[in-house]
Design a protein around this ligand. Structure first.
Ligand code: SF4
Length: 102
């Protein structure tokens, strides 16, 4: 293979990898509430189910979609959160690390 052909081959292989990686990210699984990290943070996929006695800082209306750490769009059903690498949290979810988006 000539250097030029090899270059294009590697370029297309690299592009394929990036596309595959982004589709994997889009299909990242949802965090389970019984995941150890989720349980430690009191994560609930439905913010209205948060134990308000255990987490008094929870205020009605708070949810991942309005959290500064949420990486999805408010209109998405779920999105990434740096606290749960490789997974997605429900937009309507909540955890005790919630920080209201400014
Ligand atoms: S840190 Fe924010 S976005 Fe992440 S799970 Fe907790 S409330 Fe949701």
């Amino acid at each position: 293979m000539s250097n030029r052909r090899q270059f294009f081959f590697q370029l297309s292989a690299g592009t394929g990898f990036v596309l595959a990686a982004s589709s994997v990210r889009a299909a990242a699984p949802l965090v389970a509430e019984n995941d150890p990290q989720a349980a430690a943070l009191g994560y609930k996929a439905d913010a209205t189910k948060v134990d308000k006695t255990k987490f008094p800082k929870y205020a009605a209306g708070d949810h991942c979609g309005s959290c500064a750490l949420f990486q999805g769009k408010a209109s998405d059903a779920a999105g990434g959160c740096p606290l749960f690498a490789g997974k997605q949290v429900a937009t309507k979810g909540w955890c005790s690390a919630y920080a209201k988006k400014a």
